[in-house]
Design a protein around this ligand. Structure first.
Ligand code: NAP
Ligand code: G3P
Length: 502
């Protein structure tokens, strides 16, 4: 238990409760789901799978509090986010330490995830003035006069369901909670089952900064058990989801007419032209591919190098990869554990398939417990699974190409379309290639990444639906309300242009 005051969040120092209407409650399910440290398998805590009746009750409470929160002045809604940001920073070390234990993220990255969330809260509060509308006069169209006036302002959608992934369980729930609350919605959050504990602390944080009971609520439980019930629930007005493409697509089918914001999987490809700056490119590839052991949707997941640079690039990338430290996340080693043994087995299957089909192992392909050594495969061809599947692990395939056209073809053939990268000194050419790539974002001479968090962040194809990012999320979690004034013609001041004598 981290030394955060007033945390009645647990029953007995290990069993966490769920959060409804400002209270921490025990579930009637009588069951527990254990959360183990993926590095050493120590028990970090237990959460309770909420029953469907408890889900109904939580959503009912959230609905009952829509009006009170919507009517809370915008500046007050923004102020609680600012206060929450300050508290998150104050508690960033204990929260970061808990996060490291539950998902195996290197401690410095874990603490950065917490402080980054505070920045999102603050930036969202600062964006409150964005919640505005426009006024339009009707006479732009024939048959209509200035007396028909359209006035719009933005209103909340109602109850927003925020579902986060295991790899950023605090940041990618917080990045949904903040805009949802600012826009005047109430929130039901379901954290990932592997990594729920740190996100549960949003209950303490938001209560402490003055969010009224019932405005923010937390459901715990396996998505495979209550996910469909939640996403199909008539009391949910909008769903903001981050997770795998498989689950995201399923959720979209179940959710029906609800507005969705889906941030899903990726297979981001780095196109390396012969004139790329080698040092910058190597740094971006190694960091992009192996941060948090490749467990990032925006990880560099394919390298498409041209013939003139491939050999020196492969040599330098390998040199730098072999320097990465491996081991205990609490010692801030670069390469820590994957989230589960199953994930390690999946990654191993991709490597075995590639090697069987003729890929060249350059380094890695070694596992101890859930630690998987960073693995580089050369001569990867498009008949291999690793060319197309998202490993969510430290595996980097080099798919050699001989033209920019070929690079575009292979990039676009992916079912994913999150981000792409082009490394070259020829910015004009880079811009032209960027226009051909079917992705949400193209990075020129940089690694794929979501941040900074006020940038638009989106995926095409299987990588997502809608756009995340401070102002984009606020927009996605609100809608225009239109009021049309039909003013009387009686009040019209008749003014005519002087007709000049011809
Ligand atoms: P996941 O298995 O899809 O789970 C994501 C969330 O969905 C979890 O909270 C999960 O709950 C929940 N869930 C599972 N089944 C559900 C259902 N039927 N209905 C509603 N929710 C359900 O993904 P993950 O393993 O946590 O995260 C890794 C994946 O997320 C990767 O594919 C990665 O690319 C993607 N990701 C994308 C982004 C992005 O911004 N584009 C960011 C991070 C991660 P449980 O934990 O209880 O199963
Ligand atoms: O997978 C998490 C996704 O949101 C990427 O975030 O900041 O590591 O690029 P980032």
């Amino acid at each position: 238990m981290i030394d955060i005051p007033e945390s009645s969040i647990m029953k007995d120092g290990i069993n966490y409760k769920y959060y409804i209407n400002g209270k921490w409650e025990e579930s009637n399910s009588g069951k527990l789901i254990s959360v183990h440290n993926p590095y050493n398998n120590e028990l970090v805590g237990n959460v309770q799978p909420c029953t469907k009746e408890e889900v109904d009750n939580i959503i009912k409470i959230a609905r009952e509090n829509i009006d009170c929160w919507r009517e809370t002045p915008l500046n007050e809604r923004a102020e609680v986010l600012n206060k929450a940001a300050d508290l998150i920073v104050e508690w960033s070390k204990p929260l970061g330490y808990l996060l490291m234990k539950e998902i195996g993220k290197p401690i410095n990255s874990a603490i950065s995830e917490i402080t980054r969330t505070a920045e999102i809260f603050k930036a969202t509060a600062d964006s409150s003035l964005q919640l505005s509308g426009e006024t339009i006069l009707g006479d732009a169209f024939e048959g209509f006069s200035k007396e028909k006036v359209s006035m719009t302002y933005r209103v909340p959608l109602g109850v927003i369901l925020c579902i986060g992934p295991f790899n950023y369980p605090f940041n990618l729930t917080g990045s949904k909670i903040a805009p949802a609350l600012l826009a005047g919605n109430t929130v039901v959050m379901k954290p990932p089952t592997q990594g729920p504990l740190t996100a549960l602390h949003f209950g303490i944080i938001l209560e402490k900064v003055g969010v009224p009971p019932g405005v923010f609520n937390i459901i715990t439980g396996r998505g495979s058990e209550i996910g469909d019930y939640l996403t199909n629930h008539p009391g949910i007005d909008m769903i903001a989801f981050t997770g795998s493409s498989k689950i995201g697509k399923h959720l979209a089918k179940v959710a029906g007419m609800k507005p969705l914001l889906l941030e899903l999987g990726g297979k981001d490809a780095a196109i390396i032209l012969d004139d790329a700056d080698l040092d910058n490119t190597v740094k971006a590839i190694v960091s992009g591919a192996f941060s948090y052991s490749g467990q990032r949707c925006t990880a560099v997941k394919r390298v498409l190098p041209m013939p003139g640079i491939v050999d020196k690039l492969l040599r330098k990338v390998t040199e730098e990869t072999l320097k990465l430290s491996i081991g205990d996340p609490s010692e801030n080693k670069n390469i820590g554990p994957l989230i589960s043994s199953e994930q390690c087995e999946y990654v191993q299957g991709l490597i075995d398939d590639a090697l069987k089909k003729g890929a060249t192992l350059i380094c890695g392909n070694k596992r101890e417990g859930n630690i998987f050594w960073p693995t580089i495969l050369d001569n990867v061809t498009t008949d291999m699974r690793i060319a197309w599947e998202e490993p969510f692990g430290p595996v980097l395939p080099f798919i050699r190409i001989n033209s920019a056209e070929k690079a575009i073809e292979i990039s676009n053939k992916s079912e994913y379309g999150l981000q792409g990268m082009i490394f070259t000194d020829n910015i004009d050419l880079a811009f032209n290639i960027a226009q051909e790539l079917e992705v949400g974002t193209v990075q020129i001479n940089g690694k794929s990444a979501r941040g900074p968090d006020h940038f638009p962040f989106l995926g095409t194809k299987s990588s997502g639906l809608g756009t995340q990012g401070i102002k984009y999320s606020i927009e996605a979690m609100s809608r225009p309300k239109v009021v049309v004034m039909n003013l009387s013609e009686r009040g019209k001041l008749v003014k005519q242009c002087f007709v000049l004598d011809k």
